[in-house]
Design a protein around this ligand. Structure first.
Ligand code: ATP
Ligand code: AMO
Length: 434
């Protein structure tokens, strides 16, 4: 089947077979056209009714839009054709007929709401500007993988069915595992940490995380893609350096490889690779700057988490990617290390896009006694985590790392209004299929 020519490769003078979807049918009377679309572009097929075999004309023009057809014919130059060439067909084969009632219009002439698009993702992805998001996502992840390799990381895959949560008990999806309680993993956190004490030392993972988030929002998914990093002998500042490198690499990969896709999204002029160092501001300074704007109803005090509104206010102030460092220990998880000279302040950091949080990370508590104490302080049962803590008795180096939300990276990079647009088949509170 694949001795066909892609539409983009059809040159005048060639005899070709192109196979693809019927994008458009235009019947002007004596002359009619169908536009065929494949992954490389579109091409016009011309039917001159008086000059062509009736059966051929009938087969070509009775077909419904979005059917799959294979057309064999000569390629000719034609100024008036959308791409400057057209096929004069010798044969038309209807490979897969499409129902005349389409649930959405892939030519984009009729807009569809996001739920309709997600219910019919296959058709939705026939649109250039939708396909472009996923080509860009793939290019960004490829660049991220390369950049991790350049940093000396090994790619790992950790279990997604686990015995304990790590990111707070309320957001776990429980499952039954051969009669035992188990959960879908919220983060590779504990497993990636276990690797820094192994022979691997510096690792990354790109994989799914599962969170039973309370609310349906435009920036939360119940199944998301986490880009995780962890390195032995790194402190939190080195982890932030690595974070900056990876995020910039994602943008650079897209700038280098996705100009057509950026064009399809009308972003060719807007898209910019972030330049310079991302500012690093402390949590305390962040509170001061937010409070100084007077834009929030409440005054933020030490120990408060930043609400979505507070993040927006600060994002407006800073206007570029930035880090918030030195968070209060009490609002960071048990695995984050406190500063040696002030136990109230942690090494935890977040990396922010002006519109939302992209990354959380920090230096980790690698001292066995402190780690077990931390569990108790947060009301967690250290015994349930014994599979993790016991390895800290056998030589666990200082280490640091972070987790970056893959969909949020793409969403903010492309200015998408809803995180669901950056996932093929999103999972949210209402959506379990397709
Ligand atoms: P016939 O060519 O048999 O007389 P017709 O009168 O319907 O049939 P034209 O007058 O040639 O066809 O063209 C109709 C419309 O189609 C015109 O607007 C013309 O510009 C356009 N057209 C003709 N040929 C092409 C082509 N190869 N590609 C794009 N547009 C075309
Ligand atoms: P955190 O819980 O902050 O940290 O998650 C890290 C990043 O993952 C993304 N993210 C989400 N994206 C979409 N939908 C969700 N429901 C969702 N939840 C999280 C965000 C967030 O910044 N173990 C730590 C990381 C670490 O310290 O290494 C963690 O999971 O972009």
């Amino acid at each position: 089947m694949d001795d066909r020519t892609y539409t983009a490769d059809a040159e005048p003078g060639d005899t070709v077979t192109v196979a693809g979807w019927v994008h458009e049918i235009r019947d002007l009377g004596g002359i009619a056209f169908i536009i065929i679309r494949d992954t490389t572009g579109k091409i016009q097929v011309k039917f001159e009714k008086d000059e062509m075999d009736d059966d051929l004309v009938e087969t070509g023009l009775d077909v419904h839009r979005e059917s799959v057809v294979a057309v064999t014919g000569d390629v000719e130059e034609e100024e008036r054709a959308p791409t400057g060439v057209e096929i004069v067909p010798d044969s038309v084969d209807v490979v897969a007929e499409a129902d005349p009632e389409l649930p959405l219009d892939p030519s984009g002439k009729v807009d569809a709401e996001l739920p309709t698009r997600l219910d019919n993702r296959t058709l939705d992805l026939r649109k250039d500007e939708v396909k472009a998001i996923f080509e860009i996502r793939a290019a960004a992840l490829a660049a991220v993988r390369d950049a991790f390799r350049d940093l000396g990381c090994t790619e790992i895959n950790t279990p997604k069915i686990v015995a304990t949560g790590t990111e707070g008990g309320t957001e776990l999806f429980p499952i039954t595992y051969f009669g035992r309680e188990a959960f879908m993993n919220q983060s590779p956190q504990l497993f990636k940490q276990l690797m820094v004490g192994s022979g691997l030392e510096r690792v990354f993972e790109i994989g799914p995380i599962f969170r039973a988030e309370e609310h349906n929002t435009p920036r939360h998914l119940n199944e998301a893609t986490s880009i995780d990093f962890e390195s032995a002998f790194y402190d939190h500042t080195e982890a932030m350096d690595a974070c900056e490198t990876i995020v910039k690499a994602a943008y650079e990969g897209v700038a280098e490889n996705c100009q057509d896709e950026l064009d399809a999204l009308d972003l060719q002029d807007e898209f910019e690779v972030p330049e310079g160092d991302f500012p690093r501001i402390t949590y305390e300074e962040a509170l001061e700057r937010i409070n100084a704007t007077g834009e929030l109803d409440e005054v933020l005090v030490w120990g408060d988490d930043l609400s979505t509104e507070a993040e927006h206010v600060l994002g407006q102030e800073v206007g570029e990617h930035y880090f918030i460092t030195d968070w209060p220990s009490e609002i960071k998880p048990f695995y984050i290390k406190d500063h040696d000279d002030d136990a109230d302040v942690s090494t935890g950091f977040d990396m922010m896009h002006p519109s939302m949080e992209l990354v959380s990370g920090g230096q980790r508590e690698h001292r066995y006694d402190h780690l077990v104490e931390g569990f108790e302080q947060q009301g967690l049962d250290p015994e349930a985590f014994e599979y993790y803590t016991k390895m800290f008795k056998y030589g666990m180096p200082p280490h640091a790392g972070w987790g970056l939300g893959g969909e949020r990276l793409i969403m903010t990079m492309l200015g998408l209004g809803n995180i669901r647009e950056a996932v093929l088949f999103p999972r949210d509170r209402q959506r379990l299929s397709p």
